[in-house]
Design a protein. Sequence first.
Length: 428
Amino acid sequence: MSESGNVKLRILGSGREVGRAAIAVEHKGRIVLMDYGVNFDENEMPLYPLHVRPKDLELVVLTHSHLDHIGAAPALFLSTRPRLVGTPLTLDVSRYLLYDMIKLNGPNLIFDEKSVNDMLSSAEALGYEQSIEAGDFEVTLMHSGHIPGSASALVDVGGHRILYTSDMNTIDVKLTSGHKLAGTKVDTVVIESTYSNMIHPPRERMEKEFYESVMDVVSKGGTVLVPAFSVARGQEIMCLLEEKGFGYPTWIDGMIRSITEVYLAHGSFLRDSRLLAKAYNEQNVVKGWGDRRRALKEPGVIIASAGMLKGGPSLYYYGKLASNERAGVFLVSYQAPNTPGRQALEEGIFVNETRKVPVRARLQLFDFSSHADWKGVIETIRGLSGVQRVVLVHGEPDGQALLAERIRRELPNLEVLVPNNGDEIVLD
């Protein structure tokens, strides 16, 4: 790798905000761009990262398939075809999510399915611990533990080793094991801080509470709706119920089915592919409206996308079950502000078209987060070798300020930065 010339980090997205991830490493006018995601405002209009010229891109790295990390990437392929890498699982799942985003938000986007196809047709699949050379850069993908196929990116250029963790997790869950970053030699770590002021409850305790709550509802003749993200969270709940030997019907509805099939086609990226395969074979896949009506008539669990009750089949079931005191609505995903899930938690109401309906179903929120909490962030930094500089991204500003102080207190020799979007950090 080249040993001369300034290396800069450019924060194009996720600076003092959650989502819209986009981190550029620049050397001699050439760029490795890690993620290029999108957020949406309250009117469902897309919020893109800051602009980068596609012709300056030596390589684009997609760390995982969530839209806040890939949702703007097709825009980079409107006029040119930069090189792009990701794990094979990330690339396959990305197609489903990008197509779905276009279906829901197409008129508001600056690209279409052709752009997605152009992007993915030029992609190169890379496994964990595999490296790729691009100009003066060498990039290695590493297991990040966030969701199946997710990766952290290690960039070696200009005498610097920069680790972008992207979203990460330190603990083992049903689908994937914790990250494999310990011992990696880096001088700069760009690390997520989504839960910068929170400690997650022990996962085993949360699984136990969830399962006992499910059993309490169904044993009394009720139906439990579990709105879940189609990518990873729905499959996590499938595996949990299967592992516990849940004896009642479980129904799977929405894009969760398609993503499950992709996961099973890439079983090497799963912690236990046999458990997910068993769940998928034994649980019921909804194939039409007849199945939906049947699922509502008998005690059991319905796992349906989308996780925040904003749309998809979960919103249909929610409308049917919200007023039913015998039913349960168990939220297992993050509930963003102004979503039906957050509204139910804060106000106890379901806005059904023009009417406000009290939620009488048993409503609970369970922390099945796939992100590290603040202790996990510090544990990750401590486990790396040679770190000189920590850059906190993908977090809320107030929490990041607290986390930055904790890092400075526990690891006093490190420089800790909390950049805004648009900031450039020159690496000495």
